[in-house]
Design a protein around this ligand. Sequence first.
Ligand code: HEM
Length: 364
Amino acid sequence: MLKRFVDYIDVRLGIRDILAQNLTKYLLPRNVNVWYTLGAVLMTLFALQFTTGILLLIYYVPDSAEAFASVEKIMNEVPFGWLIRYLHAVGSNVIVIALLMHMLSVLFMGSYKCPRELTWLSGFILFNLSLGLCLTGYLLPWSQLSFWATTVATDAAGGIPIIGDELVRFLRGGPMVGDATLGRFFALHVMGMPLALGLLIGFHLFCVRRAGISRPPFGSGYEPHPEPEEFKHQEHSGGIPFFPNYVVKDAAVISFFLALLVTVTFFAPQIFIPPAAFEAADPFVTPPHIKPEWYFLWAYQTLKIFPSEFLGLAVQAALMTFLALLPFVDRGRERRPAKRPLFVTCFVLGILIFVAISIWGHFS
Ligand code: HEM
């Protein structure tokens, strides 16, 4: 009965053909490595984030007079509310870790190069959108940490000449972080940004699928391709099927990340959730040690290093623009790390500087 129903649908829509083309007949390079699983890890983590976010919305109240109490209720009264909240909060940090690893692996293997410039660009916008989701979500619990971290973050925009003060007012919806700020951050966090993120993930996957996965630039048989003159899907004849072979590898790395998420959630949530997150926001008491989340520390510290805030912002903007446009600047065909010594030196130095400035920001 079921088979006849499936056959009926299949004759009309060719579902089996779509599945075969995208699963068993979709071949990946033979030497595909574990770093190529990070995209699937990110999709899983975002799916979990959407699920826990929707569950939190059932009890959360986006009003500055009630937000903190509603989060306390989720933590103390709602069955498993604490688990959902911690999974969501810790999950955002694990997503940033996975995003950085995905980005670094794509950089190291030169997969951002032609014809994958649009894959890189859409990924780079996804990275920034994800950070925007973290920033807007941070305010919602209306704790001391939320309030003051958002005050510091929005204050930074004041360093831009001429429009700075107006921009700060616009971001906050008034002179200070308050109810209007919570309203706009809430709208962006639960609707605007997730919608944009979903659409952009769709475009990113479309780019990946159309161009075809890049071949890892390792091993004796690897030779750089000349720049293509017309569209060509990169085939990997003789490669391994996506399903079941590669899906098993995907599942193993996804399980590792989920295990990491669950371990931190149960045993050490304080790594990502400091004590100031458990005090209600008080605009009249500035806590002594408010720091942004670890992934914004580099930006926070650069603003302090330069003599003017504007100079710090300009350096950050130049750096981000350079990274966004990297595939259009670095147009050489070579992808093998061993044959790109200048790039690898900058890559390693960049990571070291990022870590050093972040640690400095943490202790300053
Ligand atoms: C929401 C976040 C993201 C999701 C869900 C996602 C998903 C994916 C998936 C499933 C793949 C194919 C498998 C793989 O290589 O991992 C991929 C490849 C790729 N991603 Fe992402 N990605 C995200 C963010 C980013 C970011 C931040 C960048 C870089 C700025 C980026 C750049 C790329 C590039 C260049 C490829 C092609 C790799 C190749 O063909 O070798 N992605 N992504």
